[in-house]
Design a protein around this ligand. Structure first.
Ligand code: SAH
Ligand code: F3S
Length: 435
């Protein structure tokens, strides 16, 4: 009889992909059925995020709840970045946890489920050439890792301490995965890494000479793949060659994530981001000039230690100049193992006010952008069914578009006319094609 597996995934796209890998590996050795009620599961896994403090605080109440209501004999495992960060501390605080599996030890899942008290959190473990078994939540959403870890030392960020040093995955493995995904129905693939445009700086075995633009060109030669997306590139590595390939390769979706973090050159220096406000603006302007209709999204942290009103005004100035199509904005959250946690912190009320100022202004910008979309026609790749006979997808430049429709649109790229644009979603109608 098959065992029942419940897995809860928190955090970034990389965690989503890690969870798929976990499910794939488990399924390779034993018969597991995925379920969505943890009360019925034989194995409960939580794949955690530690980038900000809140999800970490919630972890112990969540696993406490799992423990209270789980089936007798069910096992409970904590995976992901908080597992890497807290390690055996988790079992000390919550002795009912059966095992702890770090973000860089995913391939060991089939071992740890049989070892009560196992803690596998080695951040030097190299999984860059490991070929994971095959599983995807949806055949139409194909995440593919291109590197593990991160070599940057941004002073606010815990990721280098949870995912270890950056190692690129061999290009042939990536291309094979892309081909496999395409064969299974994906027209679009999504390349993942903490620093995708730093690809190729270090492989486990030396002797390769492939960088990110090369990799993009290689993947674009796969006939069945029509669209390529990636996240996150780093503004520091946005050189002219990268922007040229981005602009000229028709399969690369015209949507770029440029994590700004701060618009103040002084704060960027304190963050150790490696670029200035002027460099960022220059790259964004070059993108807007060379790629018609490009969307630029970003991440912004407000109230990093030492951020003055003037520094924050610099961030708002970049927001005004670039007019990002999407901003993921966060209040700075002090993280253990990071330099910024030891610096002088900004008053929490000031932080909340700055976040609100940023988000209010961004909402106005978004309303302006979306109101201009009425009547436009976009090619939309539909990859997700919604309840009530709706289906959603993304335009090439990353607008979320929803239409009335069913399974027959899944995995297809179809022209859609926008009839009712809203801030976050553009509602549209499929354009009837004459044969
Ligand atoms: N490598 C990615 C970042 C991964 S973390 C990149 O360069 O884009 C995702 C985002 O979380 C970061 O871009 C940052 O905006 C935010 N973040 C990271 N650490 C944070 C912290 N301590 N407080 C608040 N936000 C943080
Ligand atoms: Fe974090 Fe900076 Fe790397 S934000 S993931 S240390 S690029």
């Amino acid at each position: 009889m098959s065992k029942k597996l419940f897995i809860q995934t928190i955090g970034c796209a990389m965690n989503v992909r890690d969870s798929e890998h976990i499910i794939a590996e488990l399924g390779q050795k034993e018969d597991f059925e995925l379920i969505d009620r943890y009360e019925d599961a034989d194995l409960i896994l939580i794949n955690t995020c530690s980038v900000r403090e809140k999800p970490v605080q919630k972890l112990f109440s969540e696993i406490g709840q799992f423990n209270k209501k789980k089936k007798a004999g069910a096992k409970l495992g904590v995976c992901g970045c908080t597992a890497s960060h807290l390690g055996e501390e988790i079992i000390k605080r919550a002795p009912y946890v059966d095992f702890v599996l770090g973000a860089r030890n995913v391939s060991k899942i089939t071992d740890v489920i049989h070892k009560k008290g196992a803690v596998e959190v080695d951040i030097d473990f190299d999984e860059s050439s490991y070929v994971f078994s095959d599983f995807r939540n949806s055949p139409y959403k194909a995440f593919i890792n291109i590197s593990i870890g991160c070599d940057k030392q941004c002073t606010f960020c815990i990721v280098p301490s949870t995912r270890g040093e950056e190692i690129s995955i061999p290009a042939e493995l990536i291309v094979n995965e892309a081909k496999k995904a395409a064969k299974n129905g994906a027209k679009e693939i999504f390349l993942l890494g903490q620093n995708v445009n730093n690809y190729g700086k270090r492989f486990s075995d030396s002797g390769k000479n492939i960088d990110f633009p090369d990799l993009l060109e290689m993947i674009s030669e796969i006939k069945e793949i029509q669209r390529i997306r990636f996240t996150s590139p780093h503004p520091l590595h946005m050189d002219d060659r990268f922007l040229k390939v981005f602009a000229s390769n028709e399969k690369i979706c015209k949507s770029m994530h440029m994590p700004l973090q701060s618009g103040s050159t002084k704060i960027l220096k304190e963050m150790k981001r490696g670029y200035t406000k002027e460099w960022f603006l220059d790259r964004a302007q070059k993108l807007r000039q060379s790629v018609r209709g490009v969307h630029i999204s970003t991440d912004i942290i407000v109230a990093f230690p030492g951020e003055s009103e003037e520094d924050f005004a610099q961030t708002m100035d970049v927001v005004e100049k670039v007019k990002f199509e999407q901003i993921f904005s966060f209040k700075y959250s002090p993280r253990p193992l990071t330099k910024a946690a030891l610096m002088e912190q900004v008053d929490p009320q000031v932080a909340s006010r700055r976040l609100k100022t940023l988000q209010d202004r961004q909402n106005e910008i978004l309303d302006e952008i979306s109101s201009k979309q009425k009547g436009k026609i976009y090619e939309v790749y539909f990859d997700e069914l919604k309840s009530g006979g709706k289906i959603v997808g993304r335009s090439d430049n990353n607008f979320m578009v929803e239409v009335v429709g069913s399974e027959e649109l899944l995995g297809k790229i179809v022209p859609v006319k926008i009839v009712e644009p809203k801030r976050m979603v553009l509602y549209g109608e499929v354009v009837k094609q004459t044969a």
